[in-house]
Design a protein around this ligand. Structure first.
Ligand SMILES: Cc1cc2nc3c(=O)[nH]c(=O)nc-3n(C[C@H](O)[C@H](O)[C@H](O)COP(=O)(O)OP(=O)(O)OC[C@H]3O[C@@H](n4cnc5c(N)ncnc54)[C@H](O)[C@@H]3O)c2cc1C
Length: 405
């Protein structure tokens, strides 16, 4: 029985190995000049392949059923066992799992070694443009180096990925839609967010560890603690990536959105007021700007002073009234950035939305619309948090589909 896998990314590669090990005749069809290119870019070149804490809440979808089922079936242990057998020794940092070599290329290398050992066919530079079912078989139209070709196949696994990253296009989404699948609106996630607050430019390039809260229509939707990087037009960094799906959804729905940074979550307001009074007592002739030296980054301190409406940075700090100190503390604990959207798919790590899980049997990953067709990975309506969750979704769904049940 011949199985074609559309897309040689994380999900397609694992699916190809499992299918071939079951005895199927497998061909991977990949539009790029090599398979697994995106894996090399994951985890900043280290490949954060999964996470020790896999919870349903780390995976987001519009589906109302148990979207976590694929991860329950091919769980952390089974995933790690698969990779350990291929030679990957896991290395854990804050629950995030990487290969001990700390090289994303190791993950791709072991998959390719197994693909070569199993003699799996690979068609490179081959873009699938259409798929139809004729009787018991599928006909796949592809373009290989400007020439059209047709493949006759028994089973098809679609693992063509989402829209995040540089080489994405909508061909397969449209193809699956034409075949009768519902495609839920797609938006970028795990991406930088864009702010209209004019002080971004002043503090661009600075990194801080802080607590980030994102507000949708004035209600706090999510809080994260971690590193934030200020950019020319907004905010980036791991903590921002984790809350970026809220910004993306607000933009889509035209809802108000802002982020508040607590630069000192370890202190309450009273403690911070106390700290400021102690600093004023020790150096009463310091200016407002000098009050923060050695404590808060100078450029951020300028923004805090400006936002608090306490006068010029050169004003003497011992002139501050209690209410003015309170305002400074409020700025330190809730530095606000108005959010107008996110950067585009090219800069994102994953895709919100995609093929509805209502159209897929999550025990097998087979389409409920077209028998013999399986759909896996990021093209489905699931986006994971930052921390190895998106690859785990790709591994689990690909592994299950590869069993061809
Ligand atoms: C920069 C970056 C860093 C990331 N880091 C991490 C990380 O550390 N941990 C984590 O969990 N997730 C990470 N992700 C997300 C993760 O890489 C993806 O969610 C995952 O690779 C999705 O796997 P996939 O197989 O579904 O799709 P992909 O890996 O995107 O593979 C799809 C493949 O299909 C091919 N294809 C598409 N259309 C066609 C067609 N018409 N014909 C033939 N071939 C086609 C594509 O060229 C591609 O090779 C990162 C993403 C990016 C962009």
């Amino acid at each position: 029985m011949k199985v074609a896998i559309i897309g040689g990314g994380a999900s397609g590669l694992i699916a190809s190995i499992i299918a071939k090990r079951q005895g199927f005749d497998v061909v991977i069809i990949e539009k790029q000049d090599r398979i697994g290119k995106k894996i090399l870019a994951t985890g900043n070149g280290r490949c954060n392949m999964t996470n020790l804490k896999l919870l349903a809440d780390n995976f987001h979808t519009s589906y109302k059923g148990n979207h976590f089922l694929p991860i329950e079936i091919i769980n952390l242990e089974k995933t790690l066992e698969f990779f350990k057998d291929l030679g990957i020794i896991p290395y854990v940092e804050n629950n995030k799992v990487f290969p001990l070599s700390k090289q994303a290329s190791s993950v791709l290398d072991v998959l390719m070694l197994e693909i070569n050992r199993l003699n799996i066919d690979t068609l490179l530079n081959s873009k699938v443009i259409n798929l139809i079912k004729k009787g018991q078989h599928f006909e796949i139209d592809l373009v290989k180096e400007d020439k059209k070709e047709k493949l006759i196949i028994d089973k098809v696994i679609v693992a063509s990925g989402g829209q995040a990253g540089v080489h994405s296009d909508l061909t397969i989404y449209n193809m699956l839609k034409d075949l009768g699948h519902e495609v839920l609106p797609i938006n970028p996630s795990l991406v930088q967010i864009i702010s209209s607050s004019n002080y971004c430019k002043t503090i661009k390039g600075i990194r801080v560890d802080c607590e980030v809260s994102i507000y949708r229509n004035n209600v706090c939707e999510k809080k994260e603690f971690g590193e934030v990087l200020f950019t020319e037009d907004g905010l980036s960094g791991p903590a921002i990536f984790q809350i970026s799906r809220v910004a993306s959804i607000c933009k889509k729905n035209d809802e108000s959105c802002y982020v508040k940074l607590d630069l000192h979550p370890e202190f309450n307001k009273e403690q911070l007021i106390q700290i400021i009074y102690e600093r004023i007592d020790k150096n009463p002739t310091n200016s407002l700007e000098q009050l923060f030296i050695g404590w808060i980054n100078k450029k951020i301190a300028t923004v805090i002073i400006k936002n608090s409406n306490v006068g010029n940075i050169n004003r003497l700090c011992n002139e501050l009234e209690y209410e003015e100190i309170e305002r400074l503390v409020n700025s330190i604990k809730s530095l606000r950035f108005d959010i107008v959207g996110t950067r585009g798919f090219k800069f994102a790590q994953t895709t919100i939305g995609g093929i509805s899980l209502d159209d897929v049997n999550l025990e097998t990953m087979e389409s409920k619309v077209l028998k013999g067709l399986y759909i896996t990975g990021e093209i489905l309506d699931v986006d994971g948090d930052c921390g190895g969750y998106n690859l785990q979704w790709a591994w689990s769904t690909g592994y299950i589909a590869g069993k061809i049940r």
